[in-house]
Design a protein around this ligand. Structure first.
Ligand code: SAH
Ligand code: MG
Length: 200
């Protein structure tokens, strides 16, 4: 991977106010990926491809990332960026709304990274649980949402997002098949390890 190109991609994204993964969050996720050496990763929310490009370094030989994005400008940029660092064969972009695309996917994944519309996190979790492998990890970014999620703040125009993030956290902490940790890195990172998928 060309680190200088990667740095340029990151700098341009920050300049354009694209909410790419924060450095401390990336470090935590990278450590998980290093340990897991995943074959298949699913990402919800590609933006301009920065996180997917970073994650692609930790794939097993022949491994692949599927990533979903609905904004056409970002898809175009993501494709250009992926080409610049020559990881085209490792990253597949599904173009469209994840709410429509996820139910059509039939694969299993070692890691699912949720980083898109906060109001849809409970739905994304259901889809992730359907496709995650035993011993897989479901990681969700921005779960603390600038502190709104853990405060009594509920008069904001973002209250639907806050309510759904709270529901997401309740689900991952209460599900006996998940072992969850919530870290105060970046905008809040939830890491849920899948223990067993015994359907009750
Ligand atoms: N993972 C990226 C950042 C993603 S930002 C990185 O760290 O580099 C969130 C992205 O999710 C935005 O580009 C937004 O357009 C996209 N998004 C939000 N809701 C979506 C949905 N329902 N379907 C597909 N993409 C969505
Ligand atoms: Mg994010």
């Amino acid at each position: 991977m060309n680190k200088i190109e990667l740095l340029k991609i990151k700098e341009k994204a920050l300049e354009d106010h694209i909410p790419i993964i924060m450095d401390d969050t990336l470090e935590v996720v990278s450590n998980i990926l290093k340990e897991k050496e995943p074959q298949r990763i699913l990402e919800i929310g590609t933006a301009v491809g920065y996180s997917a490009i970073c994650f692609s370094e930790y794939l097993q030989e022949g491994g692949k990332i599927d990533t979903i994005e609905r904004e056409i400008d970002r898809i175009v940029q993501a494709k250009q960026n992926i080409k610049k660092v020559q990881v085209e064969e490792k990253i597949n972009i599904y173009e469209g709304d994840a709410v429509e695309i996820l139910p059509t996917l039939k694969e299993s994944y070692d890691v699912v990274f949720i980083d898109a519309a906060k109001g849809k996190y409970p739905f994304f979790l259901n889809e992730a649980m359907r496709m995650i492998k035993v011993d897989g990890v479901i990681i969700a970014d921005n779960v603390l949402y600038k502190g709104y999620v853990m405060s009594d703040y509920n008069k904001h125009k973002q209250r639907t997002a806050v309510r759904n993030l709270r529901e997401y956290i309740a689900k991952i902490t209460q599900n006996p098949n998940l072992e969850t940790e919530i870290l105060e890195v970046g905008d809040g990172l939830a890491i849920s390890k899948v223990k067993n998928l015994s359907k009750v």
